[in-house]
Design a protein around this ligand. Structure first.
Ligand code: ADP
Length: 468
């Protein structure tokens, strides 16, 4: 079997996808071409008052019908050719289509006047499309065959070895018998044909190369991202060790094991301990998210949301009580299907959302955490009546390091990383997150914000089904 795969094709999956797409274009274009042919014949007959002989009409009908029939056959078999070099593949399929088209076109040109037929231009058009698909050497050979075939036709008609089918009413002076014109025409035709094929083939090659370079650059970027994540993990790990030590010392001092503390010093140390807690929490989050980015897989465990939410609540209880926040939890789920996912990651996500609802709320604020059913999954809402988020900044809220403008007048500690981490975690579980502000608990002074996470029961299974 003739090998048609060009030497420059490297990323074979992308290459075959492209060839399949182009084969389908061919099929669609052919219906257009058949329609155009019918229009051309009608315009020639009724508007230009050209007239065809009965032989021409029969020939043109047979050619048009043949094009339509083989196109229907091609359309029905377009998925059958494989994408394997060496066997009848998608490239052989292109080659077969081009050969049949060129034969049909040759006959059309012959029956509509040979050198006098305006349809000869379709050769150039067809070869440009062919150049985008077939390797250079094959397309150059086809171009040479067309040029030689067309020149032979012109020459044989000139010698009157074969009959000339003029379209009467279109050209008044026959030009096929004018030797000078025929020679000039054939030379220009050969030049245009070969140059178009060479240029189109080179451009196709270059475009393909640019596309390949882009694919390689994306691969390199992905590799660099992995290296970056490893680097971040290394550094954060180094930072975490002294932080944990500092935290333990503060705890020992605050437990007054070493000796009594002045109340002012104790208050400052307590504040330092809270800040070191936050710093450790942040390093844990960064470590976990770096792992999430490095590994494609998320650990699948059965998650008990009430348990996770309770664990988060316990951690946040001090802050909730310190601000006198009215914390309400409700669970209206009827479906008992467990949600599968990575407990630790989901806990990070939920503590970020609830932590924000506390942080960006005033004293005596309200927080509602609601679990409910959705189709094939669960909904988790965290609603507050805190400071809210300015409307125009909502689209940026999940971006790394983004902090809204309305928090600047008060000193809310934070890094702007939490929500971006939450979004990544939710998406890794096949879920989605949306934000609203004002929330349903909001007032004019405190518009509040509401975050809703939707998670499927089993995102892996869901994806397997959709992939079928
Ligand atoms: P951080 O809280 O560390 O600044 P986040 O990524 O968690 O970072 O949040 C990004 C920004 O979104 C916050 O700085 C804040 O402006 C806004 N935000 C998040 N949650 C709320 C909320 N519940 N109410 C009001 N603003 C919020």
């Amino acid at each position: 079997m003739m090998i048609l795969v060009p030497s420059w094709a490297h990323n074979y999956d992308a290459f075959w996808d492209e060839i399949k797409k182009r084969n389908f274009w061919f099929i669609k274009l052919r219906y257009g071409a058949a329609l155009m042919l019918i229009v051309f014949l009608l315009v020639a007959e009724f508007i230009l008052r050209a007239s065809f002989s009965p032989v021409q009409i029969r020939a043109l009908i047979v050619i048009t019908l043949s094009i339509l029939i083989y196109n229907i056959i091609f359309q029905s078999m377009r998925h059958s050719p494989k994408c394997v070099p060496g066997k009848f593949n998608q490239l052989h399929f292109s080659f077969l289509q081009i050969l049949l088209d060129l034969t049909a076109l040759g006959l059309l040109v012959y029956y509509t006047g040979g050198i006098e037929s305006p349809l000869y231009m379709l050769f150039v058009f067809h070869m440009i499309i062919g150049s985008l698909i077939l390797p250079g050497r094959v397309i150059y050979i086809i171009a040479v065959v067309i040029v030689v075939g067309f020149c032979s036709l012109v020459y044989l008609e000139f010698l009157k070895v074969i009959p000339h089918y003029a379209v009467s009413g279109l050209i008044f002076e026959p030009i096929y018998s004018n030797a000078h014109y025929a020679l000039a025409f054939a030379t220009v035709f050969a030049f245009v044909m070969l140059m178009s094929v060479i240029l189109a083939n080179r451009i196709a090659h270059q475009l393909y190369k640019i596309e390949q370079d882009l694919v390689e650059s994306f691969d390199k970027l992905a590799e660099a991202e992995v290296e970056k994540q490893k680097y971040i993990m290394g550094i954060v790990h180094e930072i975490k060790s002294p932080l944990v030590a500092l935290h333990s010392y503060l705890e020992i001092i605050l437990q007054k094991i070493i000796g009594p503390l002045d109340s002012k010093v104790e208050a400052k140390l307590l504040r330092a301990k809270i800040r070191s807690d936050e710093a450790i929490q942040l390093t844990n989050n960064v470590l976990k998210v770096s792992k999430l980015k490095l590994l494609d897989e998320v650990t699948l465990q059965t998650m008990d949301f009430r348990e996770i939410l309770y664990a988060v609540y316990k951690k946040m209880k001090v802050n909730i009580q310190a601000k006198n926040i009215d914390y309400k939890f409700s669970d209206s789920r009827h479906n008992k299907t467990p949600v599968l996912g990575d407990k630790l990651l989901i806990e990070i996500a939920l503590s970020n959302l609830i932590g924000n609802a506390i942080k960006y709320n005033d004293d005596k604020g309200i927080i509602e955490v609601k679990l409910s059913d959705v189709q094939d999954g669960i909904n988790l809402e965290v609603v507050d009546n805190g400071i809210g988020i300015p409307q125009e900044e909502m689209p940026k809220i999940f971006k790394d390091f983004f902090r809204a403008s309305n928090i600047k007048d008060k000193t809310y500690e934070g890094s702007g990383l939490g929500l971006s981490i939450v979004k990544q975690i939710v998406e890794r579980h096949g879920g989605s997150i949306k934000v609203e502000s004002p929330s349903r608990l909001g007032s004019e002074k405190n518009p509040g914000a509401s975050f809703t996470i939707t998670l499927p029961y089993n995102f892996k299974e869901k994806n397997d089904h959709t992939g079928e």
